[in-house]
Design a protein around this ligand. Sequence first.
Ligand code: C2E
Ligand code: MG
Ligand code: MG
Length: 757
Amino acid sequence: MNLHQGTVRLTLIYLLAAGLWVLFSDALLPSLDLSAERTAQVQLLKGLSFVLLSSLLLYLILRSHVRQQARMRRTLRASEGRLNLALESAKEGLWDWDLRSDKVFFSAGYAALLGLQPAALGNTRAHWRQRLLPDDLAHYEKTIATIRDNASQEAFELTLRMRHQNGDYRWIQSRGQLQLDVQGRPERIIGTASDISQRRANEHSLRQAAAVFDATQDGVLVTDSNQQIVHVNPAFSRITGYSPEEVIGRQPSLLSSGRHDQAFYQRLWHALVARGNWSGEIWNRRKNGEIYPQWQRIRAIHDEAGELSHYVAVFSDISELKRSQSELDHLAHHDPLSGLPNRLLFTERVDNALKRAKSEQQGAVLLIDLDHFKHINESLGHNIGDLLLKAVAGRLAAQLGEGMTLARLGGDEFGLLSENCLDAAQAASLAQLLLSSLGAPFNLDNHEFYMSASIGISLFPGDAENLEQVLRNADSALSKAKGSGREGYAFYTQELTEFARHRIDLISALHHALDHQELRVYYQPLHDMASGELIGAEALVRWQHPQRGLVAPGEFIPVAEDSGLIGAIDAWVLQQACRQMVRWQTQAQAPRFVAVNVSSRLFSRGGLDLQVARVLADTGLDPACLELEVTESAVMDNPDAALALLDRLRALGVRLAIDDFGTGYSSLARLKRLPVHKLKLDISFVRGLPYDSDDVAITRAVVALGHSLDLKVLAEGIERPEQMEFLRQIGCDYGQGYLFGRPQPVEANPEPAVAAP
Ligand code: C2E
Ligand code: MG
Ligand code: MG
């Protein structure tokens, strides 16, 4: 434009000057009437000045043009610089693809996006394509083809992955536009490019964060710095029952349960301000009004300038957890079968009651043990046993008054704590009440049972000061109740403690007795009832105590059984008896066999057959000359193991007898299967013969039963001739008792046989 105006201006000046000059020369010169020579000179001057003027004009035009050009170049350079600067600062590159020559120009900025030197990309697409991720090639080709084919001049965007010089692929986004030539044909495509890898990564992690926010099981609540809710996630709505619309813009206090005091929230805010976070258990209220526990973490969020911008609270509903905790707690403290408190809870309660008792009131602990419950389990199975225990628990529980705890302590043992002021009389009537509640028969699974119990009572704080003492005392009292015939109750007394102490002394004295050969074996004859002939001798242990004299087995065998000493005692007696039998065999009128008692403890422990075999081998005694006596309860307490053991003993060739028959709970079905030879009718049934009708009936029945099972029957404790007479009449095979002879040491009577009466 400047060039044009300048040229026009110069040309006008020139035309004006030339016009004036022509006017002057052509109009004025003739009037001057100059000579031909002068005219020629003027004409020459006119020509020269014309040339001069034209040259001047030309010079001015050229100069103006050159200046104009320089100015344009400067302007162009400046704007190109600005463009590059803009692209550079935006970290963008420029590309220009001439569609006709298929040459591409890549700016230095473009090369820099890929970590390359300015010219490193060359000017062909082939070169550029080598850096394109092959997976993206199809997309690129398709986009370009669409633009070219449609001659579309709309701006387009194309994001491709290009390999950076360091080997990574970068997301390069190009924005371009097609340019058409004058005929409207595609001429070039020009565009910019930028690396959007970081942006994409950010977007990706944002998308992930959003997905986590939506999908997490934890409730999330975001407030602004004024504690107005700005955001909640779906789990928040699920847990609280509030939709986002109902809470956004409101304060979180709308969720509070009212269960925490002001001080609680003060501590929470203090932690948030001081440390920027808080976590802990908090009770909130759901929309439906239900109060529930949450585990909550709250965090203060600050912006880049360090200003508090938001609070984020993440919480989980821990009501299920709490519930299972309390279920676990219940399980740990209750018996699953009866639902009653278990030993742990019972002892805790007794302990607490004891602490209280010291200051104000007294109470009682009753230990209740079912009599012979074991037999129910064994004969009818554990299912019936369990049903019975439940029924017993129900009946006992029905007797409970205020301040009482009934617990199942294990097996068939129950405990009752009464915290109310109790004297012995009250405790006794409580025990009586419990016993009579069990009086009526139990009907379970088409079976009818009678079940009795024994109860041991300990009063506190009178009898005991601490938990262990109370329980131990009640236990001693229970043993006393059991010992005195069951189905009754007994109190703990000082004598019981002395009895327990006596037992302890007895145990150590028994150890001493074994070490110092204070035990003796006495032998009692066994006779044939019909012929009166001596058939055998029973070995019965005695303790020759240095101070107390001769001690009967009834006094020390139970203690020996409880303390485990019975094994050594029985082994010793067995050996002595076998040796003695071998000695007798060398004498005239020798008994045919020696009978040895075997404790039920050894019977259930196993290994008895090996021990017997060893003693037989050591002494050389014929197994047929040894009879082992096992009690009825030893066999019936563990019938399967007993049967196996008896079979093994029988296989050794020894004879087997069931002692004290009639006092246990024999199952006839089992009795039939036992490989025994003899039943020894217990002394308690012989005592009343022949006058007591019950004893008569039982004795007859046992003899008949034994014979029907092909067993011999021996009656124990025959003291009077009429007893013997009766037994002889009903066909009892053998007898034993003071009438035939008392147990004697061998030394006193080297031939144990005593004359038949
Ligand atoms: P048991 O095996 O039933 O022995 C019979 C018991 O009756 C013996 O008592 C015997 O002295 C007693 N007796 C015998 N005839 C009469 C009588 O006419 N009238 C009365 N009132 N009693 C009579 P002892 O010797 O006191 O033994 C008691 C129990 O001790 C035995 O009963 C037996 O079970 C156990 N015992 C004895 N010695 C041993 C042993 O070496 N090992 C084991 N494990 N137990 C033994
Ligand atoms: Mg015996
Ligand atoms: Mg007996």
